[in-house]
Ligand binder design. Sequence first.
Ligand code: PRP
Length: 217
Amino acid sequence: MRYLTIALAKGRLAKKAMELFEAIGISCEEMKDKDSRKLIFTNEELGMRFFLAKASDVPTYVEYGAADIGIVGKDTLLEEGRKLYEVMDLGIGRCRMCVCGPASAKEMLKHHQLIRVATKYPRIAKDYFYNQKYQTVEIIKLSGSIELAPIVGLAEVIVDIVETGSTLRENGLEVLEEVCSLSARMVVNQVSMKTENERITRIIKAFQGRAEERSRL
Ligand code: PRP
């Protein structure tokens, strides 16, 4: 049997995603060894293998068919804009994409002043300001710790993920506008959806069954 290959976005999401797979009877013991430097983990009995990749690379692996399935945040899907099927909202990793900054930036936003926006998500930020708000801004791409930008004066506001809000609070920033809500999604390669339809559908149905069970509790 051909391996069904699953790409998981590294980090917080991967752990939660593996718990979801375990709950539907798909486990991968090999993956639990924290000291291992292995990159790919196999479950021979199920004919499945899992690998961890940088979140922004997961849609790439899935589009090219190197992974049949990907588990990744909606933020990454919106930013990468890859050709794939988004088949399911897994309901984990819920958070919001927001415009944040010091309270003093509120007025600048309101009056459509030419502000600088720092973000790890230039495409999402561009779409929000240009196509939804019809507001011209300067977008500055950063790779992490985005909250630093307004503090040191690189930008007036940021577009970033807010989960608990504690990073903002601890740095004297606040949510100024909400762009969209986010959560983890299951995505599928367009060819695999046909060639591996039975196995993939079984997984989707098991996840759905599990979600229904939990909503009844
Ligand atoms: C994300 C995001 C915020 C933070 C939000 O960063 O960019 O900084 O989490 O979470 P909170 O609202 O619960 O404080 P992440 O930790 O993924 O790392 P990064 O700063 O390198 O992007």
